[in-house]
Design a protein around this ligand. Sequence first.
Ligand code: ZN
Length: 275
Amino acid sequence: MNTISVNNYSQLPYTNSYSPYWQGGVEYPYYNQNREERVENPAKTLGLAALLQAVAVGLQKGSEFFAKKLEAGKEFTSAENVNKIADSMIKSNKLDVTVDFIDHANKYRYSANPALYNEIETVANGKNAFYLDEAKLAVAPKTKPSLILHELGHASNSKNFILKMLQKSRRYAMAAPMVLLIASKLLGKREDGQKNFIERNAFGLGFAAFLPTIIEEGTASLKGINAIKKVPQGVLKGALNKNVLKRNYLLALATYVIAGLGLGVASKQTIIENS
Ligand SMILES: [Zn+2]
């Protein structure tokens, strides 16, 4: 049994989940918002606002679709093999990390920390996996052990200065709409009455804020997949279908790309509503 001391985190931990919608146990704030219609004038603006709202809803649906596919995804090999690959990954990257596979029988060992326990509950339900850098803890559902390889990819990334910066950026990325709005107000209106740079590029700038997260997520998955071939020959027994793992990780990445697009839409919406 592992003894895990993760009781010092009073706040909700920032975790690296395999899907952004379980980030911190809450859905992203920019979806499902009943936005006030503060459109001063033309039908054109109203039309664009409605279109953006429709796109936001579409993205939400798309993300749910991929998340469901991922949930229903098969395991690419036995739990035993996953354990061996994880061990090899930890050794070859000299990772300082506690690995734990969660189910409803063992989840209680985290109950001393309510914020963390909330996250652990979703893991026990097979709906999340995460790496918590502050606690050097990587967890995956007992029913979906293969997700641990991606989380160990995050653990490995946290040892690289640049990748760690990308990893940390996600906690600020969600502020993009507000930051862009403030920046746009500071820039002010152009003398010729045209939109300023931020007003014109709000979508791209919002998406760009999430791009570091998408890149870091993709890197974590690649490291997990590549770890398979680093295991010495003969160690892994029985069936092993790498394509199944690749498909699962691709589905997870898709939810992050959609989250980035959603942040772009939210940025555009914020600018339009306040101009
Ligand atoms: Zn991840």
